[in-house]
Design a protein around this ligand. Structure first.
Ligand code: 5AD
Ligand code: SF4
Length: 474
């Protein structure tokens, strides 16, 4: 959040940051409970869902009249949005809370949000008594109420329920990127993979109505956003709760058809619910980006069974074949875990051979990390840490070479890029292709950030493309 652009809220509500102008926001800001001169600092760890949750949490605070500041020292309220997906991330939390304590000023409120908040609950108050607010993501709807309690002088407040069928929607979202808007369409997860804390920390799957999603997309397009990214832990398990019963693939098309929207992305897809209709939607509608993130986790059916992933190696490879047979070239990325309990050298080799077949354009690779409450915690045959590290290094190296070769195949092609950054070096720009590749390119023109241009690929590395803006480019 530190790298924030200050444009999101202005664009959405037509006022300056901290000066909400839509009716609900104005009503809240004018209400007697509004903190008025309050300031908040919000630090975020973890996945894209957490980043976007933070944008919504910031929206809630702005609507109450708080102002966002760039350092914890300057804030009345310090909020820390946490991640517990792997042990390392969770370990950071208490050391960071210790740092906040050292700088805490008289009257300053410190709050813990997100997955560690949900996982540790009220225990956080005993380990870090200087904390006043503990709230998991399934309870964010209660945040205005919890903030009101704090403002009224309550010392400790919690939001820890996960048995909810509600999603967290805010009138005001403080978006950090002025062109790309993130939008949660489904929260929580019902999949129960045996290694994963998410079903505990984020609660059951809850989808937003298609009407509310499309209304927000229309508002975003009116505010100048051209790219929307639909988010969900299992985004393609989306189940419209309204009578309209829009399928996920229909929703993709409907979002892409909103005037002004040029790119629609979605993440993360679960292989079990990934059907041909999604591929057909990508084939039919150019605005739906040609990229699918489809975590496989392991190439061994035996390990996949232990992980409770609900598909075999062969079933997963069928999905890949379906994607590769599409009329548009679809780039494919994945998540992989090495060293799951009982993973033999043969199982690991199967993961390596799956990479050869799948030819991923990118992969997030992790060492298995035992997590509290998860079924795999008690599984036998733990893999030693050094062995996990060895397997991870081999996996990363192999994937790196695959990516290098795949990117090199793109040399000579012309691709559309959204201009997202300007380098310190003159005439150097960067952005993403529809296939979600990073493109660093040269252009002598004065490009405008947020524009779409045609770029010719001149070179490739494993993680990015190097290009030149085409003479014919827009
Ligand atoms: N250990 C290692 N990696 C994990 N992931 C989720 N839980 C664990 C765990 N306990 C990885 C999975 C998932 C990604 C978001 O994080 O690969 O897809
Ligand atoms: Fe975790 Fe599996 Fe749900 Fe993904 S699908 S969030 S890995 S339980």
């Amino acid at each position: 959040m530190g790298k924030a652009f200050d444009i999101g809220l202005e664009r959405l509500v037509g006022g300056g940051v901290g000066e909400p102008r839509n009716n609900e926001a104005a009503r809240l800001a004018d209400s007697p409970s509004a903190a008025g001169s309050g300031t908040f600092y919000l630090e975020t760890f973890g996945c894209q869902m957490n980043e976007h949750d933070s944008e919504k949490v910031a929206g809630v605070l702005l609507a109450r009249g708080y102002r966002q500041v760039e350092s914890a020292d300057a804030a009345n309220v310090v909020l820390y949005n946490t991640c517990s997906i792997r042990e390392k991330a969770a370990q950071k939390v208490f050391s960071r809370l210790g740092e906040y304590r050292l700088t805490q000023r008289e009257g300053q409120t410190i709050g813990v949000l997100g997955c560690v908040a949900q996982q540790e609950g009220e225990k956080i108050f005993s380990r870090a008594p200087w904390v006043s607010l503990v709230c998991g993501s399934a309870s964010y709807r209660k945040l205005p109420e919890l903030l009101a309690q704090l403002e009224a002088g309550n010392r400790r407040v919690t939001g820890l329920d996960t048995d909810t069928d509600e999603t967290f929607e805010t009138e005001v979202t403080r978006r950090d990127n002025p062109w790309r808007a993130y939008l949660t369409i489904i929260e929580g997860c019902d999949k129960a993979c045996s290694y994963c804390v998410v079903p505990f920390t984020r609660g059951p799957e809850r989808s937003r109505t298609s009407a509310s999603i499309l209304e927000e997309v229309r508002q975003l397009a009116d505010a100048g956003y051209t790219e929307v990214q639909l988010l969900g832990q299992t985004v393609n398990s989306y189940a419209d709760p309204s009578a309209r019963k829009m399928r996920f693939s229909e929703l993709l098309v409907a979002v892409a058809e909103v005037p002004g929207i040029r790119r629609v992305r979605f993440t993360t897809s679960h292989p079990r619910d990934f059907g041909k209709d999604i591929v057909e939607a990508i084939e039919a509608v150019p605005a739906i980006c040609e990229h699918v993130h489809l975590p496989v986790q392991s190439g061994s059916t035996k390990v996949l069974r232990g992980m409770a992933r609900t598909y075999s190696r062969e079933e997963y490879l069928e999905k890949i074949a379906m994607l590769r047979a599409a009329k548009r070239e679809i780039s494919l990325t994945t998540d992989l875990i090495v060293g799951f309990p009982g993973e033999t050298e043969k199982d690991f080799q199967e993961t390596l051979s799956l990479l050869d077949v799948a030819q991923y354009d990118g992969a997030f690779c992790f060492k298995y990390s035992p997590r509290p409450n998860t079924p795999s915690l008690k599984m036998a045959d733990a893999i030693p840490e050094e062995e996990k590290s060895r397997r991870l290094a081999i996996l990363l190296e192999k994937q790196r070479e695959i990516q290098r070769a795949r990117n090199e195949q793109l040399v000579g092609r012309e691709l559309e890029v959204m201009v997202e950054g300007k380098s310190k070096k003159e005439f150097q720009w960067s952005g993403h292709t529809s296939s979600n590749k990073v493109m660093n390119f040269t252009s002598r023109a004065q490009e405008s950030l947020g524009d779409y241009v045609q770029v010719k690929v001149m070179g490739a590395t494993p993680n990015s493309l190097v290009g030149e803006k085409s003479e014919t480019g827009s």
